[in-house]
Design a protein around this ligand. Structure first.
Ligand code: CTP
Ligand code: CA
Length: 227
């Protein structure tokens, strides 16, 4: 059963999506990163574009490219750059989906020169906290804007995800459990649960990431219909 006309139900809407990992520089040849492939964020971008939206995809370093001409890819490397690009477009975005795996910390003093092995003992990398992009946008959010986050958890999944939804002022959070087979890094499938701001929860079966994207957009449209 389909409640949505998936060919045009986002026409006229502007959508901001973050995707992929961030890279935090240690020196000119090294970084702190993570295993995010960007596939879920790119699938969301294609789904939104195919339903008529204008999409800005702020993407960390990934091995993917956007197919639809309605997707404007803004490539960034660090969390700081990702936040700056998001803040440029957030005020005019109807829907914002924070799908990126943002590094929580960055090296405090990245070296301008390659760190040499023989010249020193084992180096210590001092870290500083990165900005929380979702929480920053959550503070700037207007009532008619919808802000969606993701949570990748290994334990206490629903409790942790609900807590993030509240702390970041999200309207919805998409929960992935790393305990689910077929829902890990780099795969083409995902198994998600959706938790809304009223704490209601819907569990979806394992599906292709493009189909998961369709389910997520349907849920966002239900929220948009209420505001
Ligand atoms: N997020 C973000 N900026 C950050 C960290 C996270 O925008 N610096 C977003 C992610 O894109 C995701 C949501 O916040 O939509 C939850 O990310 P997650 O890493 O699970 O949350 P954290 O608050 O960093 O908590 P944790 O300690 O579990 O990593
Ligand atoms: Ca984190």
């Amino acid at each position: 059963e389909r409640y949505f006309d998936r060919t045009s139900d986002l026409s006229g809407k502007s959508v901001l999506i973050t995707a992929g990992p961030t890279y935090e520089k240690i020196d000119p040849v090294r970084f702190i990163g993570n295993y995010s492939s960007g596939k879920m964020g790119y699938a969301l971008a294609e789904e939104c574009a195919s339903r008529g939206a204008n999409v800005t995809l702020v993407s960390g370093p990934v091995a993917l490219s956007a197919k639809s001409s309605n997707i404007n890819v803004v490539s960034v490397e660090s969390a700081r750059e990702m936040l700056d690009e998001c803040q440029k477009v957030f005020p005019t975005s109807d829907i914002s989906i924070m799908c990126a795996a943002v590094a929580d910390y960055a090296p405090a003093n990245p070296s301008d020169h390659k760190i040499k092995r023989e010249k020193q003992d084992v180096p210590t990398i001092t870290l500083v906290k990165n900005p929380d992009i979702a929480a920053t946008l959550g503070k700037e959010k207007r009532p008619e804007q919808v802000l969606v986050g993701f949570a990748l958890e290994t334990d206490n999944e629903a409790v942790n995800a609900s807590e993030k939804l509240t702390r970041k002022n999200l309207d919805m959070i998409v929960l992935n459990s790393l305990r689910d087979k077929g829902a890990c890094f780099g795969t083409d499938t995902n198994k998600v649960s959706i938790i809304r701001s009223d704490k209601s929860r819907t569990d979806f079966p394992l599906k292709d990431k493009s189909e998961v994207a369709g389910d997520i957009i349907d849920e966002i449209l239900k929220i948009l219909g209420k505001v």
